[in-house]
Design a protein around this ligand. Sequence first.
Ligand SMILES: [Zn+2]
Length: 1008
Amino acid sequence: MASFIRKASLKLDKRLRLERTSSGHNVEAAKKGLEEGCLRLSEAISFEQFYDIISDTLRLILDNVSEVLVFCHDASIDKLVSTGSVNHPLPGYGICKQTKDLGLRKVFRILDAHDPLCQLLSLSNHFILPEGNKVLCSPIQDRHTKKTILFLVVICNELTHDSKENLDYLEKHIAATWYRLNQLQTPSVVASTSSELDYESKKILKLCGELYDRDGERLQQKLLHFLQEQLDCQHCILFFVGEDNSIFSHVTLPNRPKCELFFPISTNSFGTAIHKKCPVVLSDITAVEREQLEKCFGVELHNMLCMPVESRSDQSHVIALFCAFNKRRPAASAADSSNTNTPTNTITQNNNYSSSSSVPHTGTTSSVTSATGSAAVGSGASQTVAFADFDAMDEIKAHNTFRYTTTVLTSTIAYQKEKRLKTQTETMLNVAKNLFSQLEDMTELLKLVMQEARNLCNAERCSLFLVNENRQQLVAKVFDGGEATNEIRIPIDKGIAGQVATTGEILNIKDAYEHPLFFTGVDQKTGFRTRAILCFPIIDGDQVIGVAELCNKIAGNSFSTEDVEVAKAFSIYCAIAIAHSLLYRKVQQAQKKILLTNELMLYHMKNLSVDEVTALLSEERENVCEKWPGIDSFLFNARLTIPYCETVRCVLNMFHELGFISRWHLDMDTLVQFSLTVKQGYREGVSYHNWWHAFSVAHFFYLICKNSKHSVANQLSDLETFVTFIACLCHDIDHRGTNNSFEINSKSTLASLYSSQGSVMERHHFAQTVAILNSGSCNIFSSLPDNQFKGALDILQNNILATDLAHHFKIMGKLKEMAIHGYKVDDDKHHEMLLCLIMTSCDLSDQTKDWNNLIEVAESLYEEFFNQGDLEREMGAQPNEMMDRHRAHIPEQQISFLDNVAIPTFQLLSDFLPETQEALDEVHLNRRRWDVVKSEVGDRNIMVKGKLDIKHLDVDRLLREKESEAANNSSPDTHNAVDTHSGSESHNSTSNQNNNNTSQNCVANSKH
Ligand SMILES: [Zn+2]
């Protein structure tokens, strides 16, 4: 019934038939089938054979084929027509038409009963696709006209990756064979004119039959071998025209290393041959080119036939240059040595046949012979080879050969290039995956980079340099897979690597010793012989971050253009990996720091004595006022009155006394843990900025709250008061006994974390406080409502940062303004500034205490200062006078500090909180006490072995005497001389008078 459907008699090799199993397609059998099919295609001389082979081969390479239809373009009616006994045109609608219009292969899972293809296949409306079968429609187009020349319909199983690849390859061969067969049917001008060429044509046809390899190199070798025989010459070579204005060739000769020849063509005679499509002779090419060719072949060159090879489809396009060298003289004429200089008759004729050249030959074809003469003597003394000139016949032979082989040659090379690119992409992705798995360790990453670079380009060695921008150097830490014992540094502009680093251009050096920048010293030292170098930059963005240098191609003279391409692609991944590794390292460091802080905190937490916690929790809260009478007075000296072991209990009592526990529903367990942890957060080895300092600062705030209850309540919120008390406790946590400028100058870790924002230590104190709050059992803010929690942290940060005196000086002007114009309770900025002032005052509150306390504080403070001064001196820096134990003049410095910092601060504080006047008075008194000390000790260094050597002085008696004397004189000049510091503009004489009265009282008090 379906008589027009060609039931191909499967001329299957029995062996192949056996290898195909019903359960699945045998990959090996398909591969063999494809090779067989291609071989048969190249031998086909009629279209009947051609269609049979297509059908057979499709059945071999595709899985479970039940039908094959081949439509071929019929030029007479310009239609695709089915091949076979009945010629049916390709259906004008349905899936065939759809695929043809699309121009791409398509697989259909369902075949509609109304599709004309369905009727074509079975002549019935009940055609059913066999189970698992699909309809494959594949148009084969003319590459240039995009016209469909063949159309395949196959009923088979779904295409696998392999069968797709095989089908691609087969279709290329089908197209090539179609062209060839069409040409065979057109009588050749040359073949018809010469019986000899008729014979040649048969030989070429035989050659075509042999060109079935999927490997372009093997195909090329067959072709060149054929031409070498036909032209009777020593060597043939095919240069392909590259995309970058160059020609290149890979030459593989027996017993010789594989060699890549590469010539730029913009200026030389190879270029002329390509552009003008005319042959060139040996004397036309440069000495360097000739030398390279001779080196590659290992013989001296005597003559050359070099002609362009045009594309079959586009004759304006030259795809390659064919060169033949050293034509042997036929045996008969070689014997006739007397006649060697006479060219043979054939080559003196002007050759009209040269379709390879649009420009007619300008001279005789003798121009294709070498200038060295038609015969020459070989280099070996034992054997004499005579050479003849290439003649017109040679040119015709070569031309005819290419006429029939270019299509298969170019399609195979294109296929190979595609395949190579695919493999290269896969390799690169793999390399990238490897590189990105090594980001944590820079050394390992660099080792891997070198290893991958070596493998990719098949190099013997690799060195890798990273660019050090600051020092303008190239640095190599890792060498050839191993670590260098000493890192090697070279100036950034020296040598080959230097040139690549500075220009960012790849250098592919065929012979290192001939390169002016190559340094032979290393070879001499190591005994390694450098031949070729491929040196490429690793570029991140537009910056060269490194240079990789590959040495010596394994099994080759030098690195190829492909290696250069691979290196370019590879360097991109390298750059990303290296840049990420550097970033990763930074992130890691930051994480380590965080970890360290948390560990430190945990350490403190673990060290909390359970007994201590339990004891503090179980004890009844005592009334602090009852236990330590006077604790609510500004004159109370906490440092000297409360024992160290009682300080935390005292803090808890202050929390209670100030109403924080009930107001904020503080959990006692949390509060105890928090207070103990904060205490532990202060370093014991630090003589001044330790827990005592934190405790006394917090106590002073307690005093403010107690004594200025109404002023505080009127001006600050409950939350502000609560957080400020906590800020006082925490404001110097983990102080190291050194100040901000020391941290910055010594480039400490803390400075690297915070110096860009300023207030290095204060930021650290805040960070430590947050770390304590973050450990669950210490979070006394956990009971705060969400909206107040964030506010609490902001106040905490603001208050702790305010204890940087630099900040205090910055806002001093605004504080004064606020004092003059009045505090606005609804202005957040005013709240913030008042809190800053309160924090500074609390921090300086030692100055409001009695003389004994002051001496003790001064001793511990100067011990801390001098320790820092000693450290600075060790580091080769000159400490400032205050920190220098040999130069510090304590009374003078204290007076200056009181005048410039403490007095203005407490003065302002009393403006906002008048009840603190008492504290200010005490500061004034201390100022006068230091004055007395100063006049008593003169320039003497009063710090002896960590103690102030002034305890023998009865400072208060001396002051009393001095002041009564002044009062007797009642000279305003003398009075002012004593009290200039307190003479701020806003101070009237009445308050001065008050000061004096209070100080008299205090002096009297301190006598006890
Ligand atoms: Zn402090």
